[in-house]
Design a protein. Structure first.
Length: 123
């Protein structure tokens, strides 16, 4: 995984290569920056999330229970926001260019943390 600057350059390059107008690229600049940050944070957190249990026990005085692990919940929320941002970037591409980008790269498949954990245990 590269740096945030590398990710920004990569995403800007996709838009430039697709001949997206300068005005549209400027409009998408905050989206690109945030998507780049989120991608780097997701990569940093991936190992921690894979090693984390899906649920944790909690205790408050005499009350106890089980709740969704906050690390897993935060990762899943960040991933959903990342996917929304990537959709906005891809939507800016002309349809023929979008098809080239989607086939050139690994397809982006939305996954939940549960899907990731299941895949890890079945491998």
């Amino acid at each position: 995984m590269g740096s945030v600057k590398d990710e920004i350059a990569y995403l800007r390059g996709i838009l430039e290569d697709a001949d997206v107008s300068e005005a549209r690229r400027k409009t998408l600049a905050p989206v690109i920056e945030n998507v780049a940050i989120m991608r780097c944070k997701l990569a940093e957190a991936a190992e921690e999330v894979l090693d984390a249990p899906l649920v944790t026990e909690w205790e408050n005085g005499k009350q106890t229970g089980i709740k969704e692990n906050s690390i897993v919940k935060a990762y899943e929320s960040l991933f959903k926001h990342y996917m929304v941002g990537m959709s906005k970037i891809l939507d800016a591409l002309p349809s023929e260019k979008r098809a080239q980008v989607e086939t050139k790269e690994e397809p982006v498949k939305p996954q939940t943390v549960l899907d990731i954990v299941r895949g890890r245990h079945s491998a």
